[in-house]
Design a protein around this ligand. Structure first.
Ligand SMILES: Nc1nc2c(c(=O)[nH]1)N[C@H]1C(S)=C(S)[C@@H](COP(=O)(O)OP(=O)(O)OC[C@H]3O[C@@H](n4cnc5c(N)ncnc54)[C@H](O)[C@@H]3O)O[C@H]1N2
Ligand code: MOO
Length: 641
């Protein structure tokens, strides 16, 4: 197969508009022939034509109150001073709400406005006017009136109204059936025992859920290996049978990426490559007159392209229009640099930490699906922009509700496994609350608190002069900012080593040995400060440590480097070593505090944190991770006015 090397870079607007036009000319956006479904099962479906009432509602004059049905004119003149008497069974007829109004009657007197004089006679002290307390025939729905227009998405109230109007079945647009074809020789079904190189097909179940959410019916095809003929065969068959075809992976320009060639061979290729990031190598076309989209394999690219290109088509085929996402103005906490020439979709975390909503960009890799899991919104960097400066106000499309964002506690700073446990218990205790934590190191966290971009920072910074934790740093970097230091834990720091400690690492001088490969933490991380402190104390030259320049951002990333065999040792907390089945050589106990802005500690954020930190089950869960001491957990250890 000839290698596909030419990727276009069609601007997104042009690709969207052009592809739309291309599909419309093919008739590929039209809904198929209508189908009839029972009204009771029609919620979420879209009407194929107008729906008219078969009967009126109510279809008779009905008593609207419990009481007596009467002829209104017989009651005229009744007052407190001159009550009127009516004979039951002749002039006043007992009725309950919903009863048919008896022949000859045109009003109802509520039972509480009457009193019985004898079993056969009632007295009334006020008149009723004609049709008072009566629901006249057709009050709600008049037979033949239009209940719903065409292309209308049926909601629960509409189900009720249709049935009230005597309609029991309704003609709706068919739900587009969307074939999903995962490709790749290395792709295996979820649950398969994994060999190196295997990739779990999580994209197609994810896409199936998206298609279902959009009103389509997903049909998952078996995984097709990287083989031109096999893919062409699968695509042609699927296009003949279903309303739309999506392939997953093989969209790019690799030696085994056949999607574009397949579409050329059995259909029409509209575009290969759109100027977006992630998601550039998308393939847009039609096969057998059906929309065809070749989604790139990286999951963030898959999701993004499905939302941009597949979702509007699935909606159009049901007579629906994709609703806009809610947008908010947010202040960027960090600079975002983006290449010119492509429109980039940056995933961001959002939180309100004061007057403004702050947006913190998440990781950018198209393979990092967790960035979409964690994202609260999407920031689009336009094609002709090279990014945004920190502090600029940007527009963010929301992926979560405003309420969720308002209820988010933002903790930025050093990473600790206990933060995940806080996140979990926060949700258990306060279902509306979310913990958003970003790991930028202790110092980065303190500075974020200072800039008002976080409610709190996780910090464990050792002052080399005094040997004291955190307080000197708060005094130095947050001078004049009212904050409290609340202890989260004392934790063991030490060497995370391969099980059995084959390199025999006992103390800091061992890191300088030639055969020892180290993995470091980033500058500003408390663990890095601890390392540098001990190296200096012992007069050891960091430059002699192999791997001193290799920086990771979390304890778990350090442990993963050791577990993965790319390093022999890293400095980190015991819990990270325990989590990955590694050995641990303790070197110090350190104090990990939350530095919380005083106003937040005294407000809702503090209230919620106190509940979680004081919870015995929370504490048990932290202690179970190993290497933690909670003797001061939840205690305010320092207050700065
Ligand atoms: N020379 C170039 N190489 C690449 C380019 C480029 O422009 N020039 N684009 C890169 C970009 S951007 C993307 S995105 C990928 C797209 O790759 P393909 O669509 O061809 O996909 P594969 O290479 O087959 O797979 C990539 C990757 O996707 C994951 N994957 C695939 N299928 C599934 C699945 N069913 N479930 C979960 N994950 C899946 C997997 O991690 C694969 O490794 O190409 C770049 N290369
Ligand atoms: O542009 Mo690719 O779609 O980033 O991963």
């Amino acid at each position: 197969m000839k290698r596909e090397i030419f990727l276009e870079e069609k601007p997104l607007e042009e690709a969207l508009a052009g592809y739309w036009e291309f599909l419309r000319n093919l008739g590929a956006l039209d809904p198929g022939p209508a189908e009839t479904v029972p009204v009771a099962a029609s919620c979420g479906r879209v009407t194929a034509g107008p729906v008219f009432a078969a009967v009126s509602h109510p279809h008779f004059h009905a008593a609207a109150m419990d009481g007596y049905a009467v002829q209104a004119r017989r009651t005229f003149g009744a007052t407190e001073q001159s009550p009127l008497r009516l004979r039951v069974g002749e002039e006043a007829f007992p009725v309950d709400t919903g009863d048919v109004l008896p022949e000859g009657c045109d009003a109802v007197i509520m039972v509480e406005d009457t009193h019985a004089v004898t079993p056969d006679v009632i007295e009334i002290t006020a008149a009723v006017f004609p049709y008072q307390n009566v629901r006249v025939m057709g009050e709600d729905v008049v037979a033949t009136e239009m209940l719903l227009p065409a292309n209308y998405s049926i909601r629960p109230v509409d189900v009720g109204a249709l049935l009230a109007g005597g309609v029991t079945t309704v003609a709706v647009h068919p739900q587009p059936r969307v074939a999903l074809i995962p490709t790749g020789t290395e792709v295996v079904a979820p649950g398969t025992a994994l060999k190196p190189g295997d990739i779990v097909d999580f994209n197609s179940p994810m896409l199936a859920a998206m298609v279902r959410e959009w009103g389509g019916v997903p049909v998952r095809h078996e995984i097709i290996p990287d083989d031109f003929a096999a893919l062409k065969d699968a695509v042609s068959r699927a296009a003949a049978e279903y309303d739309m075809v999506l392939t997953i992976a093989g969209a790019s320009a690799g030696r085994e990426d056949f999607t574009a060639a397949v579409v050329r061979a059995c259909g029409t290729l509209f575009a290969h490559g759109v100027a977006i990031k992630p998601g550039k190598p998308v393939v847009l076309g039609a096969v057998a007159g059906k929309p065809f989209i070749g989604l790139p394999g990286y999951p963030v690219s898959t999701v993004l392209n499905a939302e941009l290109f597949a979702r509007p088509v699935i909606f159009a085929k049901q007579g629906r229009v994709v609703p806009d996402r809610e947008k908010v103005a947010a202040t960027l906490s960090r600079r975002v640099v983006s290449p010119a020439g492509v429109e980039e979709f940056v995933r961001v975390k959002l939180g309100r930490t004061g007057e403004k909503i702050v947006a913190t960009p998440l990781g950018r890799g198209a393979g990092r699906l967790m960035t979409l899991v964690q994202a609260d919104g999407i920031l689009r960097v336009p094609r002709f922009a090279e990014g945004f400066e920190a502090g600029s106000v940007v527009t963010v499309e929301l992926l979560r509700t405003r309420r969720e964002i308002e209820e988010t506690i933002v903790i930025i700073g050093s990473h600790d496994l206990a933060l995940d446990i806080i996140a979990n218990f926060l949700r258990l205790k306060f279902p509306e609350a979310t913990l958003s934590s970003a790991h930028v190191g202790s110092l980065g966290g303190l500075l974020a608190v200072k800039r008002g971009e976080a409610h709190a920072a996780g910090t464990h910074l050792l002052d080399e002069e005094t040997g004291e934790y955190n307080v000197p740093y708060v005094q130095r970097y947050l001078a004049g900012v009212p904050v409290v230091l609340v202890n989260l834990s004392y934790r063991e720091q030490g060497f995370i080593v391969i099980p059995g400690n084959p390199k025999g690492i006992r103390d800091f001088s061992d890191l300088l040995r030639e055969e020892v490969r180290f993995v470091n933490r980033q500058r500003g991380a408390g663990t890095r400060v601890l390392l540098d402190f001990h190296l200096r104390r012992l007069g050891l030259d960091p430059q002699r440590i192999t791997g001193y320049q290799r920086e990771e951002y979390t304890h778990m990333a350090v442990a993963a480097a050791v577990a993965g065999g790319t390093a022999d040792v890293g400095l980190g907390i015991r819990a990270a070593a325990v989590a990955l089945g590694l050995d641990f050589v303790p070197v110090a106990e350190e104090r990990y505090d939350l530095c919380v802005l005083k106003e937040h500690w005294e407000g809702k954020v503090g209230e919620r944190l106190r509940v979680v930190l004081g919870d015995p089950e929370f504490r048990a869960a932290v202690l179970a991770r190993g290497g933690y001491d909670l003797r001061d957990c939840g205690q305010v250890l320092y207050v700065q006015e």
